[in-house]
Design a protein around this ligand. Structure first.
Ligand SMILES: *[C@@H]1O[C@H](CO)[C@@H](O)[C@H](O)[C@H]1NC(C)=O
Ligand SMILES: *[C@@H]1O[C@H](CO)[C@@H](O)[C@H](O)[C@H]1NC(C)=O
Ligand SMILES: *[C@@H]1O[C@H](CO)[C@@H](O)[C@H](O)[C@H]1NC(C)=O
Ligand SMILES: *[C@@H]1O[C@H](CO)[C@@H](O)[C@H](O)[C@H]1NC(C)=O
Length: 782
């Protein structure tokens, strides 16, 4: 009896539940009342906005738009309109972020004064020795690094996952006082308050609203595991900000590996932290809010190691916010993305942004696999194996395949303990994270791991600090390993750890994962701009995270190793701070030109820089080349670009006036602009030309400004792209004074229709300087 009634109740509950689901589905089919975050861009010239800098009035003004767009009461949404506004923007963009239904967003688009309404986008992070590799060692203490006083006084704003303030990399010993122009704050939050800021870490804020709105919609029950404060819960932001401007820390290492002095590229710079990335990702509404504040706070450089897939510039909040930042003299540096080696994968490609790809260092962590058949495989590892008694032990090797559990990937719960226990387990890369595979093997009782690259990863070698003895082998070695396993009933192997080896391999090499050009949205501008170290970078790490970054890892370190264009970006942010400190009056375009025209096209053996497959790297792999900070501080000549030049350039892309308005906040008639500037060329430090149809000739115009020695003469040297003749007039530039600008023209004459792009370069040289621009040429028959 009792059992039956329980059953009935359960049945009734179940059918009620189904009914509820049904009616909910019906309601959604009628009108979608789900609220989502939208970024609403307003016209800045509207009569009221210019005087509306007081934030309360600004809020009222934005509220009036939300009220006008809100659905009629019988739609069932009758909440308080002011609760809908997440952010009011005024420096990175005029407008606001608000929670709107789809109907409301459509209505909003039609309101007078509204320029654009864009759904919020979720972007992702592009996950101590490098300063020495780049030529910044203590022996250069009297050179330009010292002259820039190591970036003294420059403020680098880092938009990332926050900061771990207790890290020795943020110690402020020897730092100058806060710059007078600094307006930022140290925001109070969970386990964080102003006492954590100092002369190194001068500001810290956090931006949650876009993230929380997305979380409420997608997974309201998700437990918050993160600090609601500028404090870093993931480690990424601590790593990137210390790479850009970390203080020198003696005897830094990752459990004994890579030991040495750790320091940022610009150890004299101040750091301002803007936490915009959470475990769910980085939302463009939060990023824009951070840029909005950072512009007013007074940063000199903005560093963003994050992004999404490429979108047109007028749909890209980072491109829009950074245009304003550039107008205010702020250098914006972004990672290119980790979607290489696929072509057209480069993100953050606006011409006013410095877009950074990743390359390798000449530091390796060899960990050979000695197989039972006497042969060896080359692998790399940061496992501190030398100090463990059993790390060189011979073990049986197993590679578990078959089934649908993803056991070859060592997916969680996929490894049968009876087969794996005590063995050396081979795991293919892919599906889950590299560090997680190590945790999975350990939990299943495995004694060691060999991570095997697949064809997708090629020979790329990003190491991790695994929780058990482990090494990683490239795709070719992985094939040999599996052939050996196939060939014998009982395969065995040992891992022989070789510690840290410096200078033995060729470097830099462009990393396989580094996103490649050409840019889809703007092929006339070569992207990425430069490459910088981004493979196996050692930098600061939070005290509550193990070195492999997973919550299960209970080891404690102050530093760990990470790879990605995320790690390359802050190297260049630091270099931009050095250039800014040495030349405070330079525009962002001049700073970027200095970094690009001085970049190296050869590696440390003097040979052309290669890609990971041993082919010479091209302009779409590495842009102008590998950054050279010492030369960047003294480039001789710079290519300057004014904000208006970028607007003209957008006109040449065929953008509609409304889209140009969205990006540049300028009301222009492109017909008028193009008529006034016939034959316009954006004064970019690299050259990219496409021959269309049967056109055989292109004229490119450039202007260089003398920032070297007053009286100086430069001569041009050209390496012609295949199939193209290059004429430069004049062939000599004679400067009389600093600040003088001279023009030249480049004729590109196509001698055939090439099927593939070809490339060369142009250099202005004299006894002291070499100012190099890569040239890329393409043919488009359609
Ligand atoms: C800041 O945090 C520290 C450490 O938790 C605490 O001792 C101090 O009282 C706090 N200061 C303020 C102003 O809240
Ligand atoms: C090993 O054997 C499996 C199953 O027979 C086969 O699919 C795989 O291609 C072999 N691998 C190598 C590297 O020989
Ligand atoms: C990390 O740095 C702190 C402060 O310099 C130091 O006290 C601590 O011992 C370091 N921890 C490790 C694991 O090296
Ligand atoms: C933008 O320019 C056009 C044409 O020059 C003009 O009609 C329009 O009113 C301008 N819009 C604003 C908001 O200034």
């Amino acid at each position: 009896m009792e059992q039956r009634s329980i059953f009935l109740i359960a049945l009734v509950t179940l059918s009620l539940f189904c009914l509820a689901l049904l009616s909910q589905a019906e309601a959604e089919a009628e009108t979608d009342t789900t609220l989502r975050t939208y970024i609403v861009q307003l016209h800045p010239n509207s009569p009221t906005t210019t005087s509306l800098t007081v934030s309360n009035l600004l809020h009222q003004w934005h509220l009036s738009f939300v009220r006008s767009s809100m659905s009629s009461p019988n739609d069932g949404i009758t909440d308080d309109p002011s609760s809908r506004i997440l952010y009011s923007y005024r420096s990175a963009m005029e407008g606001f972020a608000a929670l709107l239904s789809e109907t409301e967003a459509t209505g909003m688009r039609n309101l007078p004064g509204v320029v654009a309404v864009r759904p919020d986008r979720r972007l992702e992070l592009h996950t101590t020795y490098s300063y020495k590799f780049l030529g910044l060692s203590s022996s250069s203490a009297s050179g330009p690094w010292a002259q820039s006083r190591f970036g003294n006084g420059a403020i680098i704003g880092v938009l990332d996952t926050g900061v771990w303030p207790e890290s020795p990399s943020f110690d402020d010993r020897g730092m100058p006082p806060l710059p007078k122009k600094w307006r930022g704050i140290c925001q109070q939050g969970q386990d964080f308050n102003s006492t954590y800021c100092n002369r190194k870490l001068i500001g810290a804020r956090f931006f949650t609203k876009g993230h929380l709105a997305a979380l409420a919609r997608t997974s309201p029950d998700e437990v918050q595991l993160e600090y609601v404060s500028p404090r870093d819960s993931q480690g990424h932001g601590t790593h990137t900000s210390s790479t850009a401007g970390g203080a020198p820390v003696a005897a830094a290492s990752v459990l004994g590996n890579g030991a040495g002095v750790a320091r940022g590229m610009a150890p004299g710079s101040h750091l301002a932290i803007y936490k915009v990335c959470w475990l769910t990702g980085c939302y463009s509404s939060d990023i824009l809010a951070a840029m909005d504040v950072a512009i007013r706070d007074g940063v000199d450089v903005l560093s963003l190691s994050l992004g999404g897939f490429p979108v047109p510039l007028y749909d890209d909040s980072i491109a829009i916010g950074s245009f304003r930042a550039m107008e205010r003299g702020i250098s914006v540096v972004c990672s290119a993305g980790n979607n290489g080696p696929m072509a057209n994968s480069v993100a953050n490609e606006a011409p006013w942004i410095v877009t950074v790809g990743a390359s390798t260092l000449d530091r390796r962590f060899p960990a050979m696999v000695r197989m039972g058949n006497g042969k060896s495989l080359y692998g790399e590892s940061m496992y501190p194996g030398n100090r463990l008694p059993n790390s060189g032990q011979e073990l049986e090797v197993v590679y578990v395949t078959g089934g649908d559990k993803g056991s070859e990937y060592c997916f969680r719960g996929s490894l049968p303990m009876d087969i794996v226990r005590g063995k050396m387990v081979v795991c293919d890369r892919g599906v889950n994270g590299r560090a997680e595979k190590g945790e999975v093997v350990k939990e299943a009782g495995g004694a060691a791991m060999i991570l095997a690259n697949t064809e997708i990863n090629g020979e790329e070698d990003s190491v991790d600090v695994h929780v058990l003895p482990a090494t990683q082998v490239g795709a070719a070695e992985a094939y040999r390993l599996k052939a050996y396993i196939n060939s014998t009933a009982k395969a065995t192997a040992r891992i022989v750890f070789g510690g840290t080896v410096i200078g033995a391999n060729r470097a830099p090499v462009v990393a396989r994962f580094s996103s490649r050009g050409p840019s889809i949205t703007d092929p006339g501008v070569l992207k990425p701009d430069v490459v910088a170290p981004g493979v196996n970078i050692i930098a600061a790490w939070p005290g509550n995270r193990g070195p492999n970054g997973l919550p299960e890892d209970s080891r404690k370190v102050n530093f760990t190793v990470l790879s990605g264009t995320s790690m390359a970006c802050p190297h260049v942010s630091g270099i931009a701070a050095l250039v800014r400190a040495a030349h405070p009056r330079w525009s962002p375009a001049a700073v970027k030109s200095a970094i690009m025209t001085t970049a190296d096209s050869t590696d440390h053996m003097g040979e052309p820089i290669m890609d990971d497959e041993g082919r010479p790297a091209g302009v779409f792999d590495m842009g102008a080349g590998h950054v050279n900070p010492l030369r960047a501080m003294d480039p001789g000549l710079v290519y300057n670009i004014s904000p208006n030049d970028y607007v003209t350039h957008l006109c040449t892309l065929g953008y509609r006036s409304s889209n140009i308005f969205t990006v540049s906040h300028r009301n222009v008639s492109c017909r008028e602009v193009l008529r006034r500037s016939r034959g316009f060329s954006l004064n970019y430090p690299s050259i990219s030309a496409t021959f269309r149809g049967r056109a055989t000739k292109k004229i490119i115009r450039r202007k260089v400004t003398n920032v070297g020695e007053a009286k100086s003469v430069y001569t041009v040297k050209v390496a012609e792209p295949e199939g193209v003749r290059v004429r430069v007039r004049p062939r000599q530039l004679a400067f009389e004074r600093i600040g003088q600008t001279l023009s030249y023209k480049v004729w590109l004459i196509s001698r055939r229709v090439g099927l593939r792009p070809s490339e060369g370069h142009l250099r202005w040289i004299n006894a002291k300087y070499q100012v190099r621009s890569p040239i890329s040429v393409n043919w488009n028959q359609s």
